[in-house]
Design a protein around this ligand. Structure first.
Ligand SMILES: [Fe+2]
Length: 134
C-alpha cells in the first residue's frame, strides 16, 4: 500500500497544525510499514494507541483555536471530527477482534479520512486563519 506523501498542497498555512498533520501522517505511514504484523502485537497496539490519542489531542487543539478566533463554520467542522472519532473507535474495536495482519480496511480508512479531511475541510479555514493570524 502506498504511503501518504506530505506536499505543500496539504499545508493549511499554520505551522502548529501542519506539524500535527505531519505527525499523524507519519504514524499512519508507520502503520503501513508494519501492515504484515498481527493487529494484536504490542508494536501495532502502541502505534494505534498513539494515532488515536494524538489525533484526539490535535482535533481538540484545532477546535479550540478556531473557536477562539471565531471561525463561522466551526460547528460543521466539529461534526466532521466527531464522526471521525466515532468511526475510528468503531473500526479499531472491530479489527482488534481478529488475530490477523493489520487490515487494509483500517489503513484505507485512516489514509482516506486524513487526506480528504485536510484537502476538503481544513482547507476551508485556511484563508480565514491566515487572515486572523497575520
Ligand atoms: Fe479538521
Amino acid at each position: 500500500m502506498d504511503k501518504i506523501i506530505w506536499t505543500e498542497q496539504l499545508s493549511v498555512g499554520n505551522d502548529a497544525i501542519d506539524k500535527d498533520h505531519q505527525k499523524i501522517i507519519n504514524l499512519i505511514n508507520t502503520l503501513i510499514d508494519y501492515h504484515n504484523s498481527s493487529i494484536l502485537s504490542p508494536n501495532i497496539s502502541d502505534i494505534l494507541y498513539e494515532i488515536i490519542s494524538y489525533a484526539n489531542h490535535h482535533l481538540d487543539f484545532e477546535e479550540t483555536l478556531l473557536d477562539e478566533l471565531g471561525y463561522p463554520e466551526l460547528s460543521l467542522h466539529k461534526e466532521q471530527h466527531k464522526k471521525y472519532r466515532e468511526s475510528t473507535i468503531k473500526i479499531t474495536i472491530e479489527v482488534s477482534n481478529i488475530d490477523d495482519d493489520v487490515p487494509d480496511e483500517l489503513l484505507e480508512f485512516l489514509k482516506n479520512w486524513w487526506v480528504s479531511h485536510i484537502l476538503e475541510e481544513d482547507m476551508k479555514y485556511k484563508p480565514f486563519l491566515q487572515n486572523k493570524l497575520k
